[in-house]
Design a protein around this ligand. Structure first.
Ligand code: SF4
Length: 213
């Protein structure tokens, strides 16, 4: 049974990589997170400005420990000790970093990158501003199409993320999305990157493990 499931997953990953490449994205696949981490660290030049988009995946692959050993200017708005204003300013700075590292809510089998943001700073930096963008994702983020991507976010990622961050959204209370409105909504900006943005060197680092939400 395990072998059959692995075979099916392998086929899904293969067709997703092919579709993403067909839409102009560079894709690197690594079976294990440690390999992906070393690759990402090797892509960051000395003294680069490195912006971070909110992502559990980056933490799960141990990236922050690796970044601490590099001579870089790290811009991490999700750092715990920041005031609201400091975090806001760092989000703005990350929009023009040399390199932007982020996770993604979903990748579709037909080759698109799908995300929903509260403020939009993470998705904005994904398609314009930074010279290079590395989108890091486990294969659990692969879904069939944009309809399934939206469903996945609303049913799984957003409620769990809201609970993790201590937000008082209706989905935290109910365990399901009721399409709440601002100011409590954290689902305000939906971005589908259909094909490689012309001015951005966007690469997807896909990892053969289940990572993030
Ligand atoms: S729209 Fe509101 S209720 Fe739905 S997932 Fe987003 S924050 Fe939760």
């Amino acid at each position: 049974m395990k072998e059959l499931k692995e075979w099916l997953k392998e086929k899904q990953v293969e067709r997703t990589i092919k579709a993403l490449q067909g839409n102009g994205f560079q894709v690197r696949y690594f079976p294990e997170k440690s390999q992906a981490r070393e690759y990402i660290l090797s892509q960051i030049p000395q003294h680069a400005t490195v912006g971070i988009g909110g992502s559990l995946t980056l933490g799960e692959i141990g990236l922050f420990e690796g970044l601490r050993n590099l001579q870089i200017n790290l811009i991490n708005p999700s750092s715990k000790k920041l005031s609201r204003e400091e975090a806001y300013n760092l989000r703005r700075q990350a929009l023009t970093a040399d390199i932007f590292l982020t996770g993604t809510n979903a990748l579709t089998e037909d080759g698109h990158i799908y995300n929903i943001d509260a403020s939009g700073n993470r998705v904005g930096a994904m398609f314009f501003g930074p010279q290079k963008v590395l989108v890091v994702a486990g294969t659990n983020k692969i879904v069939k199409d944009v309809t399934d991507a939206r469903r996945r976010i609303k049913e799984i990622a957003a409620p769990m993320n809201a609970r993790r961050l201590g937000y008082k959204t209706p989905c935290v209370e109910l365990g399901q999305c009721v399409e709440c409105k601002p100011p409590e909504s954290m689902c305000n900006v939906t971005v589908i990157i259909e094909k490689k943005p012309r001015s951005t060197d966007l690469e997807i680092v896909l990892i053969g493990e289940s990572l993030g939400l």
